[in-house]
Design a protein around this ligand. Structure first.
Ligand code: DGL
Length: 273
């Protein structure tokens, strides 16, 4: 077993969305090794029950731990809402999710205290963002919009055509109506359509998970003495539960980096507790 700091960091999402987080992590922590798991067989998470997502997250975490990871990053808002607390309670390695850092950043950035949220149905229904924003500013008004078709449109790999523009226009209408000045991209897939979103809410500040969580992870590793020594270039590797070739092709397009061989892994379903 490698020394604590020299072990890789595990990252997972339902598909390619978490790559927007990995992208920031690779830039901020270039010496670290990463193992990314895309749960493409189970995609989308947005319409799954919290209980099913917890069971699946258990199984994925089990596989990542078998790869000897020193930390698990839940690079998916839906899985964070459903399973982060559960994973943190049961696992010995640090487990970091999205949401907390963006909620704080949104409150810091909003002058009008009117904050918009775009996320999956499950994330909006969980009320997690609303609670976290209230913890930072009980007087902030949150306009939350569930966007059930948006992550599937991105994950499909089809070119972004007028139908996606219409979809974004429709989902951002409540944000324009509420005159928000800050918008949380509350699904890790959404930064991939940030240009389309920005056009619909041109005056708002967009907050996304990647940058915020990368900062939090670098801090956590630093404080715990678990940062790998600099001066080396880290490795990254990919696995997914669906078709590895399709995942590699789509992922390379979004990341603009070579993916190497994507491993096929069926993590199964962990015990729902
Ligand atoms: N990327 C995931 C998230 O951040 C969601 C997409 C999905 O599986 O529905 O919520």
């Amino acid at each position: 077993m490698a020394g604590n700091a020299d072990r890789p960091i595990g990252v997972f999402d339902s598909g390619v969305g978490g790559l927007t987080v990995l992208d920031e992590l690779l830039a901020r922590l270039p010496s670290e090794d990463f193992i990314y798991f895309g749960d493409t067989e189970w995609f989308p998470y947005g319409d799954k029950s919290a209980e099913d997502l917890r069971a699946r997250a258990d199984a994925i975490a089990g596989w990542l731990l078998a790869q000897d990871v020193k930390m698990i990053v839940v690079a998916c808002n839906t899985a964070t809402a459903a399973a982060l607390a559960h994973l943190q309670t049961h696992l010995d390695v640090p487990v970091i999710g999205v949401m907390t850092a963006e909620s704080h950043a949104a409150v810091q950035s909003s002058r009008t205290r009117r904050i918009g949220l775009l996320a999956t149905e499950a994330t909006v229904a969980s009320g997690s963002y609303q609670r976290m924003i209230a913890a930072h500013d009980a007087g902030a008004e949150v306009t939350a919009v569930a966007c059930p078709r948006l992550a599937p449109a991105i994950q499909s790999g089809d070119p972004f055509d007028e139908s996606v523009v219409d979809m974004v226009r429709e989902y951002t209408q409540p944000l324009r109506d509420a005159d928000v000045d800050t918008v949380i991209l509350g699904c890790t897939h959404y930064p991939m359509v940030a240009k389309l979103i920005r056009r619909q809410v041109p005056d708002a500040t967009l907050i996304s998970s990647g940058e915020e969580i990368a900062r939090e992870i670098a801090d956590t590793l630093g404080r715990q003495g678990m940062l790998r020594d600099g001066g080396r270039e880290g490795h990254y590797a990919f696995a997914c539960s669906g078709d590895p070739d399709a995942f590699g092709t789509l992922g390379t397009r979004f990341m603009q980096m070579p993916f190497g061989d994507v491993q096929h892994v069926d993590p199964g379903v962990g015990p729902a507790t």
